[in-house]
Design a binder for this molecule. Structure first.
Ligand code: NAI
Ligand code: MG
Length: 353
């Protein structure tokens, strides 16, 4: 079969971003060799690195390359060097999400039995957790009209039917590939936007995904359930602000921020994939960063943007094998550096094939 070429934009960014981005690129090259794909990488500036070079956190060349790509893999942005400056690195992230039309943010969490003891929760509660959060990214109170007088402030919370429909479909489609359950989170007892949310999710379920189990939960009780019985959840679907809060709660269940990937998806165009951690300036440039978060983000890139499911599965299986073998970085109590931990994943990919 002819080798297919995929254009992947790399945005290394700041701090540990370049180190972990290199790790993910090396893994993708190995996967390309095994499966006969050609991944064409082009590197562009974002965040503090872009401010230093051009004065802007998202240069036009970066925006154009991302929009024209098949997928974008980002390291991290920010750091003390740019704090208090006029142009801020995080503006680059917000701008690229907007330019790419990304409306759903996905955060999977799997807690492997070997790492369950690192969780702040009891091992028997978190062992075997396997869930994914779908957070709506473009609507809700963060983007509504804001007003301010000396003694009064308002933030408008607004959602439209199409905004809810598209993220609900994405969540139901993912549930079909998983255990077939969606928990939709809202505050329908008090908020009108939540009542609309619940109506639309219920209708999309009945019309298009009757094979999926749908349940509704109120966000306050969901915050409790997530630490009492996180194993019960498969796909969690929610609006922007609730998703922001719940995904941070979920991110600590697993024990290390260095392990977790994320994806932001739009309507058919390229997605943006990044680890959930920041630029970790305290360990940058020392070969200490855990590359697993971005390596699992590369697996999400293969699955969601390139539709290469077997390739994604093989990265995830290799990561599970190295975690089980204890071939890990210092944040997980291991002795490996970023490069050696990446090599361990590459060896595990070779062992699988
Ligand atoms: P952080 O995630 O960069 O670091 C928090 C702690 O976790 C640090 O002790 C760090 O060493 C550790 N850590 C993070 N990633 C790790 C990895 N891969 N391996 C091992 N240890 C890891 O969050 P922090 O310190 O709040 O922010 C640092 C900078 O990153 C700030 O400028 C912040 O604005 C930015 N940031 C950027 C994000 C992004 O690019 N999406 C997200 C969060 C923060
Ligand atoms: Mg947050």
């Amino acid at each position: 079969a002819a080798t297919k070429t995929y254009n992947i934009v790399l945005l290394p960014g700041d701090g540990v971003g370049p180190e972990v981005t290199r790790a993910a690129r090396d893994i993708l090259r190995v996967i390309g060799d095994f499966y006969g794909h050609h991944f064409e990488f082009s590197e562009h500036l974002i965040g503090g690195a872009a401010i230093d070079a051009t004065g802007e956190p998202l240069p036009e060349a970066t925006r154009a390359a991302c929009v024209a790509s098949d997928a974008v893999l980002l390291g991290a942005v920010g750091g003390p060097k740019w704090d208090g400056g006029k142009a801020r690195p995080e503006q680059g992230l917000l701008a690229i999400r907007k330019a790419m039309g990304l409306f759903a943010n996905l955060r999977p969490l799997q807690v492997s039995p070997v790492l369950a003891h690192r969780s702040p929760l009891k091992k028997e509660i978190v062992e075997g957790v396997d869930l994914i959060v779908f957070r709506e990214l473009t609507g809700g109170v963060y983007f509504g009209e804001k007003t301010r007088t000396a003694d009064r402030a308002t933030d408008l919370c607004e959602y439209t039917v199409p905004e809810i429909e598209r993220v609900a479909r994405a969540a139901f489609q993912t549930a079909q590939q998983r255990r077939g359950k969606v928990t939709s989170v809202d505050k329908a007892n008090v908020m009108e936007t939540s009542r609309l949310w619940r109506e639309v999710v219920t209708r999309i379920h009945a019309e298009e995904f009757p094979d999926i189990t749908l349940e509704h939960a109120l966000v306050d009780s969901m915050a409790m359930h997530l630490i009492r019985k996180p194993r019960e959840y498969d796909v969690i679907l929610t609006e922007n602000m609730f998703g922001d809060i719940l995904s941070d709660e979920i991110s600590v269940l697993g024990g290390s921020i260095g392990l977790l990937p994320s994806a932001s998806l739009g309507a058919g165009g390229p997605g943006l994939f990044e680890p959930i951690h920041g630029s970790a300036p305290d360990i940058a440039g020392q070969d200490l960063a855990n590359p697993v978060g971005i390596i699992l983000s590369a697996a999400l890139l293969l699955r969601h943007s390139l539709k290469l499911e077997d390739e994604a599965d093989s990265i995830e299986a290799a990561v599970a094998a190295v975690l089980a073998a204890g071939a890990v970085t210092a944040d997980l109590g291991g002795a490996l550096g970023t490069r050696a931990a990446t090599e361990a994943v590459i060896d595990a990919i070779r062992a699988i094939h």
